[in-house]
Design a protein around this ligand. Structure first.
Ligand SMILES: C[S@@+](CC[C@H](N)C(=O)[O-])C[C@H]1O[C@@H](n2cnc3c(N)ncnc32)[C@H](O)[C@@H]1O
Length: 208
């Protein structure tokens, strides 16, 4: 048993619909590793319950795993919005959302997050940045004025397989995007922030 198996054996079990979704994603999708999975999913659900957000925005739906974790943890009067550029994913995700108790409060927006964010209004309480790594700083600068004071922004993959610590590397565009984002957030006095060494790294940011 490795440490990941040990952790998963000692935390709340993965709900069956998420277990099935993770399995299906691994069988049918090209980059299944993008799917959040058991541990991260339970953390997202628990943090959402703690924050009690009324409006949640996710950038990067993929097969809907993290979306269902936010929806599971959100208050009864909250709404969840997610943006996905790959329209081939959308029919399955819509069907999945509609099969849950939260489907009528889960909104999918198809297109580039950069174009869609300004159309969705302000007042977000919780945002999950998990789309194109090249544009993390753009997402952040667009979103910070649009979230409420005290709101949280979670950004996924901020350790980027450890590539962020290798400053001598000739970084590809995605790695450079993540490094620029981390530097920007670290220097930003408008927010409080921590990096959780969870999976590929997840930064939690709170707007002051
Ligand atoms: C890491 S996956 C999301 C995983 C999902 N949040 C989860 O945890 O299960 C990233 C997703 O972002 C989408 N994406 C990439 N660029 C995007 C963009 N510019 N706007 C919206 N979505 C984008 C990809 O198609 C992909 O489905």
């Amino acid at each position: 048993m490795d440490i990941e198996d040990y952790i998963e054996a000692h935390i709340s079990p993965e709900p069956d619909r998420l277990y099935q979704l993770y399995r299906e994603t691994n069988l049918t999708r090209l980059y299944p590793r993008m799917c959040s999975g058991h541990l991260q999913g339970r953390i997202l659900k628990m943090l959402t319950e703690m924050i009690k957000p009324r409006r949640i925005l996710e950038l990067g739906t993929f097969t809907g795993y993290s979306a269902l974790c936010f929806a599971e943890g959100m208050p009864a009067d909250a709404e969840f919005h997610t943006i996905e550029i790959d329209d081939e994913l959308i029919d399955d995700v819509r069907e999945l959302f509609d099969s849950t108790p939260w489907g009528n409060r889960m909104y999918i927006h198809v297109g580039d997050a950069i174009d869609i964010i300004p159309t969705l209004g302000d007042g977000w309480d919780l945002v999950f940045i998990d789309a194109n790594k090249r544009h993390y700083t753009d997402y952040y600068e667009m979103l910070l004025p649009r979230v409420n004071k005290g709101a949280y922004i979670f950004a996924d993959n901020t350790l980027w397989s450890g590539k962020v610590v290798d400053r001598t590397a000739n970084h590809d565009a995605q790695s450079a995007g993540v490094c620029n984002f981390n530097d920007l957030v670290a220097a930003d006095a408008r927010v409080e922030k921590v990096i959780l060494p969870l999976r590929d790294g997840m930064t939690i940011i709170r707007k002051l």
